[in-house]
Design a protein around this ligand. Sequence first.
Ligand code: FMN
Length: 295
Amino acid sequence: MTTILGTRYPLIQGALAQISLPPLVAAVSNAGGLGVLTTTNMTVAELAAAIAAVRAATDQPFGVNLMLQQPNMAEIVPYLIAHPVPVVTTSAGTPKAFCQAIQAVGTKVVAVIPSVKVAVKMAALGVDALVAEGMESGGHIGTETTFSLVQQVAAAVALPVFAAGGIADAAGVAAAQALGASGVQVGTAFLVASETPIAAAYKDAVIAATDTDTVVTGRALHDAVRSLKNPLTAAYLEAEAAGADADSLQAMTTGSLTRAIAGDVDHGTLMAGQIAGKLTRVEPVAAIVARLFPN
Ligand SMILES: Cc1cc2nc3c(=O)[nH]c(=O)nc-3n(C[C@H](O)[C@H](O)[C@H](O)COP(=O)(O)O)c2cc1C
């Protein structure tokens, strides 16, 4: 399937907050997947510059991610309606308020969902495709596993479903397709791409991780995040178990992704998924895509 998204492969590079910037996005789109820009912490002017940089580096389709809990959505959504991009992916909320307006300017809307219930709601809203994201994933997660979620979502809706969570190579792609997915969304494997703008120490930590080296924090705040175990996650879980209040837990992680990106592997939140254990080296995006879709 040369996908509904207009890409050579049914592959979405999952948005990586503060990380999936033009060099990574353009490299994925040039390699035949859908590169997806993060908008986390961006102003409209910064987003416009990032989109221009992607367009300068590729003539292939790309996407822009809207993390709907972000405070900048009120400015960014109208900008994307006035200046359409090929694809918008949405997460952490419903695109109900703007879905039709974005589709009316020719943009495909792909909603990231954590359950059959939300998948059915998004299908009723008329989105173009879904990403069913399992809790193996890095970053903000739901509660269901990819294996169980994807097959139930694929059975419940008549939309293309991209499986996310725990996929890093052709074995994962084949498994996702067997479960009824049309394609895959991949995040953690792209963290260790040469083009990904994070400190070498973050990439090295992902590569060194084994299957059991991630942990989930924030369940008590209904904001579960999967990242690599480190002194920060240990301190956080200790505070959580001791009944620390929401404000003090929140304070522990404020700015912690930025610290990870800068290479602070002890005090940063090194978001990564359980598939990190299968990643063995830093390599160009083209090699990662070839590992996913060897032809
Ligand atoms: C460092 C990191 C940051 C992420 N940031 C976002 C984000 O801003 N928006 C989003 O929708 N998903 C985000 N995700 C989830 C990914 O887009 C993707 O769905 C997930 O990584 C897929 O599972 P995998 O990590 O097992 O490949 C993030 C994941 C990671 C690892």
